[in-house]
Design a protein around this ligand. Sequence first.
Ligand code: ZN
Length: 464
Amino acid sequence: MDKYAIVNATVYQANGETYQKNKVLNNGILIVEGERIHYVGKDKRKLNQASKIFDACYRYLVPGAVDSHIHGILEPNVGNVTEGIWNPEKNRFYCSKEDIERACLEGSRIMARHGTTSCIFTTMATTETRLKRSLECISGHIGEDTGGADIAGIAIEGSFLYPDKRYIGAQNPKYFHQATIDNYKRLIEAFAGDKVKWVGVDPRWSDSPQLIKYLTQKNIAIEIGHSGASKEQFLEALKLIYETGGNEQGGLGIIHLYNGPVGNNHKPRYGQIMQAVVPAVLFAEKNGFKNLFAELILDGEHHSASCSLEALLNFGSKNLTGITDNIGAGQNLRDKYFKMAGVSGKIDDKYPLAIWVNPGVTLFGSRATTMDHMFPYILKILKGKRIYGERSRQSVFGHELSFDERINIALDILCATPARIHKLDDRGTIEKGKYADFVILDIDNEENVKVEKVFVRGKEVKWK
Ligand SMILES: [Zn+2]
């Protein structure tokens, strides 16, 4: 099989060593064979094997982002995988089979331009017809060459939430269902088969323990969020997953930890769940449970930098997944208003990355992207000697982080950790044998990050 090489790259492998031990390869060589990485290192003799050689001109070569919670992304049109495509004339979404297809395929191409090489498309609470259409469409494109980001799986966010107005955010309670095995089989499994990677389940439903067990045995992670569950209910779910074999299969995550401002401050919404974080992390440490994790929307608007650092302190970069939670709305909106599954949202240009139900008060979703937005944001908030908490005045890391260390943490959160947590074993790091999913970045002045080139399974994504 034909091989090509990329030379003179500053390669960050994100192979799990993070800030204890740097894994930065200056003047690195990457050799790609077919859709996989054949070699990564510095041995120039290996270049004899390559039929073509590309010069990276000392730019940065990093793994592509794995976005494990994304509903849609379309520019300049608007769309997501549950609601379909926004029609600016009619001022509403259209969701025929073709519209959902477009949201899926065009969406994955646009995502790739921002440095995402794999995604887990996520559904929202919606009608049974739209849900079915969405699940059939996404499943049909898994593993297919989309010409953009690889669609690696499906996530179910809205279907098994609990109708408690305080926590539901932009999800419409009209479309919530009891968290039962029968409902899961009928609404999800019948159309998505074994393609589901995580399911949002509120432990407050009386039948949730049976469903949690069922999904864990099927190697599907449970995520709890949009929930007013008590600390005890959260910890019970954790123990149940652990006892069901959740260290090997499934896992437990917290859907976008902190979940955004309430009123004018960044008060966490999941009051009781936030109290479960420390005991849950201690339980995981004590029992060697690797699959407890939290999602963070790192757009700088959903929560403050100090919240991100607190999450990093509690979970570590090995158990935090950076997600965009992009809902595919943002441009081309008449009057800046839209309605998604019966819930109204508003674009406010004062907040470039977030979308609000009520600007400045209640968040609807995000417009963030991975490598050009969230990656530099993580670098920025980790810069200098970071201080944790207002009161403790203590450094999170015990020393000032170097540029390389900051990059390694960012790549864990955006690439390696989501791939490991969601069992996408062939992705997330630059290693021999893995998919050649990588991004060439131009990083200027340690801050400005530009996505130069993106490769998915060895093929360059073209958009210029
Ligand atoms: Zn979401």
